[in-house]
Design a protein around this ligand. Sequence first.
Ligand code: TRP
Length: 447
Amino acid sequence: MKIARFSRIGFILAAAGSAVGLGNIWKFPYITGENGGGAFVFVYLITVLMIGFTLMIAEMLIGYVGRRDSVSNFEELAPRHKNLWKYGGFMSIAGLIIMTFYSPVIGWTFHFVLLSLGSLPASVEVAKEHFTTLLSLDIGTQIFYHTLVFLFVTTVVARGIKGGIEKLNFFLMPVLIVTMGSMFVYATTLSGFTQSWDFMFGVDWSKLTSASLVTAVGHAFFTLSLGMATILTYSASLPKDSNLVRSSLIVIALDTGIALVAGLTLFTFLYEYGASPSAGPGLVFISLPAVFSEMGVAGHFFAFTFFVALASAGLTSAVSLVEPFIQYLVDRFKFSRLKASVASGLFFYIFGIVAILSTSKEYGEILTFGSKNFFDWADFITASVMLPIGGLIMAIFVGHVMQEERVASVLKRDLGFFYPYWYFSLRYIVPIALFVVVLNLVGVLNL
Ligand code: TRP
């Protein structure tokens, strides 16, 4: 079967589009705020460089050498115990689980795009009330936007890698970069910018707890789209003779750059108008709209720009979350693309509705298990459990299971002098770091 491959630039845009998502613009600023700023940012940056970079190359390699869906690639590249290793590829299911909460959040951004054209909440109290009402009472609005996201994402992925995903990224990535870039330039002219800079880069170790350490590592995975076969699946459609190292570096630079720019911009706006950076998940949906409202007419413009950027970032990541499973259905079960896209879409659509209901007043209680509701469980199980385990499997697979000649034949040229360091880090440093994270989790869970 002939599949249309990415162009070189198309791959980089799509991989960067996957990496840059709600994680960068929504999650990164608020977890930085909650975890005290500088020291947390520092740990996150180190993790991205030491673990993220090493692992991104490894994940790309599995796709690039294997050229098929994640399950087939693991099966084919394992020299023995193929039947066992193929289960490594099933991590792609994590993408659909992530989508059950990711899609409703993209839905919120749609809602706020519209809101920014009308009336913005006049104060933090009003904004809080608005957001709480949306979550706890306004099930209909949420399901409406979630349905739009489902239809949009399914249509794009049904058109395939080249005609759907690559096109979407060609269009939305420039929108995202221009909107975030111009807001950042404006932020640098405000007096809150110095405070924001100090908060993000002033390292105060006393603020770092072991919980924030684990959060930082977990986020490094989430933001780089590692550990669940997104990057693997995209790189199965890379043109021959691609340079995996250069691609990884560009994707990481864009992802990290946009996260830092988003953080600096948001905190500048918040400081400028006397709001606190540690507002939690409501940061961009509560504090920020209130700040925009205080800016007057310009605020509407900024709000519109910001939420369009956030929606764009979300959508380019969303397609990458469903694509791995679609590829699997198409490759292994000979599903047509349309059928595979609809099947995967319906999965996250239906469970997404469950996630929406689980935050509501009416159904919240029956959809809460232990300490978390369905929505939070989906987030926790994927970002904190499945992704680190997925990353651990990939590191062990490329570092200890695949024959070294196969690894070296692709990467020795591109990594050059760094090759032995990379290989060592993949074999020992990354697995140990991930193992510690996973163990810590077990401790957190009190198992
Ligand atoms: N990286 C995206 C973000 O920051 C989310 C995402 C897309 C993702 N694909 C992924 C996370 C694969 C983990 C694995 O929002």
